[in-house]
Ligand binder design. Structure first.
Ligand SMILES: *Cc1c(COP(=O)(O)O)cnc(C)c1O
Length: 352
């Protein structure tokens, strides 16, 4: 605390990210990073972008990245917004599109950064409880509201809504912006980006951090109606005109264009997820049906915090959230087959 802090700073509750421990031999299953490296083409493109041109500012409009997103998702450049991580895209979205007279609706259990942005931008939110199967029930979103944000697949549950359910939400709220955070969609979800031509109230946000294995690069984007994108551009250009450097732009384009590589690594993660789910069930865990690169599990006889502490002794990190309804769950990122096998071995010993 300092007497120089503004009133806003005193009132903030910052987001707490999962621990970023660097330790040899550590099995890090706590922040949903991709266990496979980024596309070799993306790495080569970034290396090639390190040159004398760095003395210049990068393209402030991120046109090459917008065009790569447009190619990948079958939309137009005017329907794409690019930012330095999807967290930044989300921040601009809260600022530009989600602050209204009526409250923002969001799930009670979801990405906790949403509440952080509400506190930063002075947005009132109403949390809509997940149903008792931990699903988002779109029929519970009929209260009067200024806007809606959901994650699909949701985090930390991993459970996905169908496109038909997203469409029902869009139709029921034609006069409100509906934001769908698709950080995990490439691991088996259905993207609502296919609907942006038909719904002017839809904004879909994605990231290269998970399925493209580029969490360290910080690139995210949104697709939606050109008027929504123009609102985001106004906030971005009042904040930082150059959010993506030359290397990030080059790496993002190459990664987005290497469709085969991203699909191949996503398939590997999905296969490991199926294996790990079966193993965890065999150990007595309840496993929510995941369409993401993590599973959300609880054991009816063993306390979640004790399991996490036990795993830590084995140098295995998983994520626990101290939150009502989910404090007996652990979120476990899908690692390589070897990492997941080591997790299962450790659990066999711990639970015995
Ligand atoms: C990881 C994650 C993000 C943030 O992704 P970045 O692009 O790395 O900032 C956004 N939303 C959800 C639901 C996530 O899990």
């Amino acid at each position: 605390m300092s007497r120089f802090w503004s009133k806003v700073v005193h009132g903030l509750t910052p987001y707490t990210p999962g621990e970023q421990v660097r330790m040899p031999g550590l099995i890090k299953l706590n922040t949903n990073e991709n266990p496979y490296g980024p596309s070799p083409k993306a790495v080569a493109a970034m290396q090639a972008a390190v040159d004398d041109d760095l003395r210049r500012y990068p393209d402030p409009a991120n046109l090459a990245v917008k065009d790569a997103v447009a190619r990948r998702l079958g939309v137009r450049r005017e329907q794409v917004f690019v930012g330095n991580s999807s967290d930044e895209v989300l921040a601009h979205t809260f600022h530009a599109l989600l602050k209204h007279e009526l409250p923002l609706l969001c799930p009670d259990i979801s990405y906790s950064f949403y509440a952080t942005y509400c506190s930063l931008y002075g947005i009132t939110a109403v949390q809509v409880p997940l149903n008792d199967r931990f699903e988002i029930d779109v029929e519970h979103y009929n209260a009067p509201c200024g806007a809606i944000i959901i994650a699909n697949p949701n985090a930390p549950t991993g459970i996905a809504l169908s496109l038909a359910q997203i469409e029902a939400l869009l139709l029921a709220h034609a006069d409100q912006v509906v934001v769908v955070d698709e950080a995990y969609v490439d691991f088996g979800g259905e993207s609502a980006s296919a609907l942006v031509d038909r719904y002017d109230n839809l904004l879909v946000i994605q990231t290269l951090s998970k399925s493209h294995s580029l969490a360290g690069l910080r690139v995210g984007f949104a697709v939606g109606h050109p008027d929504l994108i123009a609102g985001l551009e106004r906030v971005k250009n009042s904040f930082n005109c150059y959010p993506l450097g030359q290397m990030a732009q080059a790496g993002a384009v190459a990664s987005l264009d290497d469709v085969d590589y991203a699909q191949q690594t996503a398939r590997a993660v999905i296969a490991t997820r199926a294996w790990l789910t079966a193993e965890m069930q065999a150990l007595g865990f309840d496993v929510l049906p995941s369409r993401a690169n993590f599973i959300f599990v609880r054991h009816p006889q063993h306390d979640a915090v004790s399991i996490a502490a036990g795993l830590r002794e084995w140098a295995i990190l998983v994520r626990h959230f101290k939150q009502a309804r989910i404090d007996q769950f652990l979120r476990i990122s899908i690692g390589t087959d070897a990492e997941c096998a080591a997790l299962v071995d450790a659990l066999k010993t711990l639970l015995a």
